[in-house]
Design a protein around this ligand. Structure first.
Ligand code: TXA
Ligand code: MG
Length: 336
């Protein structure tokens, strides 16, 4: 069941979104993970406009958003049983399936690869648009290339504002980090997580009954572009990011401050940092899922405060904590 929450966008906005999409327009849509910048996946010119607006290299494939599992065979071929099981259990939801593409999937969507990434988002507004639109919607996260993903309509307006034809406001995203991406195209017998998200390897293994591989090695993949969203600097704020343990935070903050850095500490409120003022710290939730929900807003706030280094005490590495730590490590590597 899709989660329902009150949203400032109305049925008239949904109609307008569909009209715009049918005529090649760009519509920013809320999903349960992050906001997406959507265009008709069957309209090459419209999809090219997404790349132009985001400043994204053309070789980077985008996810095709669909209303549900019945769309699998339209966009993919030789759909393995594992993909159907996962779609049945987790869609609509934060899981993207990489499958051999059908003829319908355009090169501009797949980056010229022989695979396509598919996902049914779990947000009432996105699903309403998808159902009324009828086709697939190509939608990367609605941020400028290299910036952190937007988790509110306001983030989208700040990043892409005038260049988007319509921003649907569905409130803050319930999950806050991008979907789990699972590759079932390379070898359907060995499902491989290309990007971690709310659906963990354990969740997938419980449904499939086979071991799931975690592909951690493509973090700075320079040549190949299998999951180019995984490039190191991809999730970085302007400030440098450093991960630190709770017990080492105060000492590290002092060292950096002495060296002239403008430090901002993102950590649970009980982590001591006697040398920092209230302005120099942001409280982070202890629970991994709560941390994920506010992660990108915290990184944006760090930039607004003019921090040069964001010191982060990350959540425990379980559940959504795995995805949060993954994004933070990439941010750290990107600007290290
Ligand atoms: O939660 C999400 O997935 C959000 C919302 C809007 O649905 N979308 C999102 O899109 O994060 P984007 O474009 O920012 O990231 C898509 C990721 C990229 O890392 C891209 O390389 C990967 O999906 N991807 C797309 N098509 C692929 C393919 N055929 N094979 C492998 N990776 C693919
Ligand atoms: Mg993105």
């Amino acid at each position: 069941m899709p989660r329902m929450f009150p949203s400032p966008s109305t049925p008239a906005d949904i109609d307008r979104a569909v009209v715009l999409l049918r005529s090649g327009g760009l519509v920013a849509l809320p999903t349960e993970t992050v906001y997406g910048l959507a265009a008709d996946a069957s309209n090459e010119i419209a999809v090219r406009r997404i790349f132009a607006v985001k400043g994204r290299p053309a070789s980077h494939p985008v996810i095709v958003h669909v209303a549900g599992a019945t769309a699998l065979d339209a966009w993919a071929r030789d759909v393995p049983e594992a993909a159907r099981r996962l779609a049945d259990v987790f869609w609509p939801g934060p899981l993207t399936l990489v499958l051999p593409r059908s003829a319908r999937a355009l090169d501009v969507v797949t980056g010229g690869q022989d695979t396509v990434a598919l996902r049914a988002p779990d947000h009432p507004l996105a699903l309403a648009v998808l159902k009324a639109f009828g086709g697939g919607l190509a939608a990367p996260s609605a941020n400028r290339f290299g910036h952190v993903s937007p988790t509110s309509a306001e983030h989208v307006r700040v990043d892409l504002g005038v260049e988007v034809d319509l921003v649907l406001d569905g409130g803050p995203c319930a999950i806050g980090v991008e979907s789990t991406i699972v590759d079932l195209a390379s070898d359907p017998a060995v499902p491989t997580i290309l990007r971690s998200g709310a659906i963990t390897a354990g969740d997938l293994e419980r449904v499939l009954g086979v071991a799931v591989r975690l592909d951690r090695d493509d973090a700075g993949m320079e040549g190949g572009v299998r999951a180019p969203g995984m490039l190191a600097a991809h999730y970085a704020p302007r400030a440098g990011v450093e991960l630190v343990s709770a017990s080492a935070a105060a000492e590290r903050a002092a060292v950096l401050t002495a060296a002239g850095s403008h430090v901002l500490l993102v950590a649970p409120a009980d982590v001591p940092a006697p040398g920092l003022t209230a302005e120099e710290r942001l409280d982070a939730p202890v629970e991994p899922a709560d941390f994920a929900r506010v992660l990108y807003a915290l990184l944006r706030e760090a930039d607004l405060r003019g921090a040069s280094v964001v010191l982060v005490v990350p959540p425990a590495e379980s559940g959504l904590g795995i995805a949060v730590r993954d994004r933070l490590r990439r941010a750290a590597a990107g600007r290290g």
